[in-house]
Design a protein around this ligand. Structure first.
Ligand code: SAM
Length: 456
């Protein structure tokens, strides 16, 4: 690749002779020339600027001087041999009013054969320069950030370095490009460490010393997701569904982001509010049938909804905080899921059904009675995050001063996906129970999970 830089301060580019780029320039992998704009002036004072037409502060760089310089530089170095297809030429003009320079734009520019960078000073270059050259070649006005520098030289250095390191043969180990921030994964890179293992009281995470490649890869991926969600949530919103595994989605949901078919949404897990009884009832009526066995008659389902999931019933649940805990998954203002837990009123109150009480020996014990997530949020990690948040909230609850020791739940014995979901969250199968819905008797598997109160 050939790069020409035009500036009134050619000395500014001396540092490019150092390090990896310096070597690439020395061995011809990268052909770099720096030109002094004043070489194209015609007056005794070598003038490159004039006052702004229309008035205002500062000076503007003259189009005629820039025009001559760029014609020469662009035309003077044919990018390809005579007769061959003309190479791709790009004129890059740094300006704080330009398109943000991203790794995507850098990758695109790195594929050009000939890049010319025109460094402005003062108030910038007369706008007709970009307009004129755009009639003949590609012109990219780019910005390196939302701040203003005195001149384009630093922005040109940035572009040369970013584009230069992507040229074949410039980096010693091209694999270092694979997992970088802003790469194909669309994430920031995970934190990196080296020896000594312990320094200033700070120790390198154990997993990195384990030699267990799969665990190290997962740990790095989790940190990359975490960093991106905290520092650059804007990047996360651009991630495509196929860039995230199921595990990634669960991690992100815990970080407060959920991917939905309509795009990424902010996820807040919080207690339900009294004024949400009607919305919760609608959500419950929508989600309850999804979990019912196929052969269950519609009348039975409707009767159950009327009896247990009406707005009135939800008002009761929300109004009795000692007995019920409702947590909701609030996806950008919409309720996407909820859990309903039933808490004991006394320390030794047993689960209400005898067959459950027989297999759930610990007290005080709560029941996770419902966990439902709207179909449109399935696969987004919301269910996992909602369950985690519910378990956390229950672990903090006390009954007459005694922390809850466990939580049980019943789930359809034939629903293998649900069973796997609870097992992954630390529940173990402890028995079964018979359960009446309308006129039918259903078999439920009973799961139990111990709770550990967080240190106060
Ligand atoms: N009047 C211009 C404006 O407000 O957009 C700012 C001109 S600036 C003082 C002078 C030169 O610095 C620009 O022509 C450009 O070459 C360079 N420059 C300043 N900030 C830059 C940025 N964030 N990205 C790229 N180039 C920048």
């Amino acid at each position: 690749m050939r790069i020409d830089v035009v500036s009134i301060f050619p000395e500014y580019f001396e540092p490019l002779r150092l390090s990896l780029l310096g070597r690439a320039i020395a061995d011809g992998t990268l052909q770099l020339s720096v030109h002094d704009l004043r070489d194209w002036t015609t007056d005794r004072h070598r003038t490159v600027d004039d006052t702004p037409l229309g008035g205002g502060a500062g000076m503007v760089m003259k189009p005629d001087v820039w025009g001559r310089a760029l014609e020469d530089v662009l035309g003077g170095h044919e990018s390809t041999a005579a007769g061959a297809r003309p190479g791709r030429r790009v004129l890059a003009i740094p300006t704080p009013a330009g398109t943000p320079l991203t790794q995507r734009l850098v990758e695109d520019l790195a594929a050009a054969d000939h890049l010319v960078i025109a460094c402005g000073r003062y108030e910038g270059i007369d706008a007709r320069v970009a307009e004129h050259f755009a009639r003949h070649i590609e012109v990219v006005e780019y910005s390196i950030g939302d701040y203003v520098l005195n001149g384009g030289e630093a922005a040109a250095l940035v572009l040369v370095e970013a584009v230069g390191r992507l040229q074949e043969g410039v980096l010693g180990n091209p694999e270092s490009l694979a997992e970088e921030s802003h790469g194909a994964a669309g994430l920031l890179e995970y934190p990196v460490y080296t020896r000594p293992v312990s320094w200033q009281g700070l120790t390198v995470p154990d997993v990195l010393l384990s030699g267990h490649h799969a665990r190290i890869a997962r740990w790095r991926r989790d940190r990359a997701l975490e960093r991106t969600a905290h520092r650059r949530p804007d990047m996360f919103t651009r991630l495509r569904g196929d860039q995230l595994t199921w595990e990634d989605r669960e991690v992100l949901a815990r970080l407060g982001w959920a991917r939905t078919p309509a795009g990424p949404r902010r996820l807040v897990l919080r207690e339900g509010r009294a004024e949400e009884a009607a919305a919760l009832s609608r959500l419950a009526a929508e989600t309850f049938p999804m979990a019912c066995p196929e052969r269950m008659p519609a009348e039975d389902i409707e009767a159950f909804i009327r009896a247990n999931l009406s707005p009135g019933r939800f008002s009761d649940y929300l109004g009795d905080g000692d007995r019920y805990l409702i947590l909701v998954a609030d996806l950008a203002g919409d309720l996407a899921g909820y859990t309903l837990s039933v808490l004991p009123r006394t320390v030794d109150e047993p689960p209400y059904a005898e067959d459950v009480a027989a297999v759930v020996p610990i007290r005080p014990v709560a029941e996770l009675s419902k966990i439902y997530v709207r179909a449109s949020a399935h696969g987004s990690g919301v269910s996992q995050a909602l369950l985690d948040a519910t378990l956390d909230a229950l672990a903090r609850r006390t009954v007459l001063g005694v922390p809850l020791a466990g939580v049980w739940l019943g789930t359809n014995a034939r629903n293998r996906r649900a069973r796997a979901f609870y097992e992954r969250a630390g529940f173990t199968l402890v028995g079964g129970r018979r359960f009446q819905v309308g006129g039918r008797v259903e078999d439920d598997a009973v799961f139990l999970r111990a709770l550990v109160a967080p240190p106060s």
